[in-house]
Design a protein around this ligand. Structure first.
Ligand SMILES: [Fe+2]
Ligand SMILES: [Fe+2]
Length: 162
């Protein structure tokens, strides 16, 4: 089966690199949710602060799963997180989280296709489960911001605003 995203020249080494990018994003998510869940102030943000605390724990589970698959493929899991933006503004924190979740969803959808193009159906299955939770995170954040979940089904153009 050919799709425009799953190109047949995609290699196992490239999958390891891509999973390490996913892992760096999971670390970023853990850190952001740990910090933001504790510093969000204001009665209107109490419910979402609790949600963010729950997200932090789910992101740790994702990081563990992704690391296991990197090791399974013969790679070394990265120890470096993507940078987390610090801000005093609750809206900016939620916006940052939503942007990062959008980016994560976009990437995991691509990753499922790439895993399947390599016959790595077990890894694809785990990533589908992670993806389902990331979509829940998107919903929680978009709801807190009073918005609909953005459509991230189109691949992002290089350099385009997210
Ligand atoms: Fe995650
Ligand atoms: Fe997430």
């Amino acid at each position: 089966m050919e799709t425009d995203m799953a190109d047949s020249s995609f290699t196992r080494a490239q999958l390891i690199d891509k999973l390490n990018e996913d892992l760096a994003r999971e670390y970023q998510a853990i850190i952001a949710y740990v910090v933001y869940s504790q510093v969000l102030k204001g009665a209107q943000f109490m419910a979402i602060a609790k949600e963010l605390e729950a997200h932090a724990k789910e992101e740790l589970q994702h990081a563990l799963k992704v690391s296991r698959h990197i090791d399974y493929l013969g790679g070394m899991p990265t120890a470096t997180a993507k940078a987390v933006k610090l801000t005093d503004s609750a809206e900016e924190m939620l916006r940052e989280d939503l942007n990062n979740e959008n980016e994560t969803v976009r990437n995991y959808r691509e990753r499922v296709r790439q895993c399947e193009s390599l016959g790595e159906y077990g890894i694809a299955e785990d990533i589908r489960e992670i993806l389902r939770q990331e979509q829940e995170h998107q919903i929680d954040l978009a709801t807190a911001l009073g918005e609909d979940v953005p459509d991230v089904s189109k691949p992002k153009k290089a350099g385009a605003a997210r």
